[in-house]
Design a protein. Structure first.
Length: 276
């Protein structure tokens, strides 16, 4: 079931948060039009997002990365074009079969709530390389933010003083990585984000609460500490000690974002991924 949570950091920024994974959909307003960032997830989420953007026509949609909960769409938003980074486009092509399977599993787990996905247009998009763009009334920058997954990108709207940072800088989740090699990549992304955030007022993560620049920098410090400790982790002493040692890892850092689900499972998955 979806519950309505809406943030409005400023008159030209709205964030609609789904009850599933605290996933955020962004609306940026400029020149009487609306740009959508990662619209999702439930039918009610998409319907309410459509109501929130009115009376502003939708100029375009943006996809931050190639995970199923960030690439959703609705016929309500047509015929607006959709854009993503070149890396996200590549992985959408590479992982299409897997993504469709994940969508089907999500539909089975959540029932009719997921029934309004527009499967016909699900993978329609145009590609943006890193750089600055003027589309419709919007001036924004595409920045690469790898680490959580290959091809992930953020979108900087300087006129509205906001950056959408995809699956980074969450107050509800620890950073997640697919393998050990991605830790160093993620840490470099945090270095890049640190410079970007200092020039803006607002930061919108893919999951969790939108943040002021100061709050986002505090989250960044926590993320950096978690990932640095993850890099030093050498695996579990034995399978029977898995959960005890995973809990000790968090306790040493004073990290609380993984105390509850889904954060706890994500933390365990991190430790398993880098131990392979």
């Amino acid at each position: 079931m979806s519950s309505q949570t809406v943030y409005q950091p400023s008159p030209n920024i709205l964030v609609r948060q789904s009850s599933l994974y605290q996933t955020n959909s962004g609306i940026v307003l400029a020149g009487g039009k609306a740009a959508l960032v990662d619209p999702g997830i439930f039918k009610t989420d998409l319907d309410e997002l459509d109501q929130l953007r009115k009376p502003h026509p939708i100029a375009f949609g943006l996809i931050t990365h190639a995970h199923w909960d960030h690439i959703l769409w609705s016929p309500r938003f047509d015929p607006a074009p959709r854009y993503c980074s070149i890396g996200t486009d590549y992985h959408l092509q590479l992982d299409e079969t897997s993504l469709r399977a994940q969508l089907q599993q999500a539909e089975q787990e959540n029932g009719s709530q997921f029934g309004t996905w527009d499967q016909a247009r699900f993978f329609d998009r145009q590609v943006l390389v890193p750089g600055t763009y003027d589309l419709e009334s919007f001036h924004f920058e595409v920045v690469e933010l790898p680490g959580h997954c290959p091809g992930q990108a953020g979108f900087v709207f300087k006129d509205q003083s906001v950056v959408f940072v995809a699956d980074t800088l969450s107050d509800a989740e620890v950073p997640t990585v697919p393998d050990r090699a991605s830790i160093a990549i993620y840490l470099e992304t945090l270095n890049q984000l640190e410079l970007i955030i200092q020039q803006l007022h607002w930061v919108v993560p893919g999951h969790g609460s939108p943040a002021t620049s100061l709050e986002a920098l505090q989250r960044l410090t926590l993320d950096r500490a978690y990932l640095s400790s993850l890099a030093r982790f050498n695996g579990f002493s034995s399978p029977v000690n898995r959960e005890t040692e995973a809990r000790s890892f968090l306790d040493r850092l004073g990290e609380t974002r993984a105390n509850l689900e889904p954060g706890w499972s994500m933390h365990l998955e991190n430790l398993d991924n880098i131990s392979r």
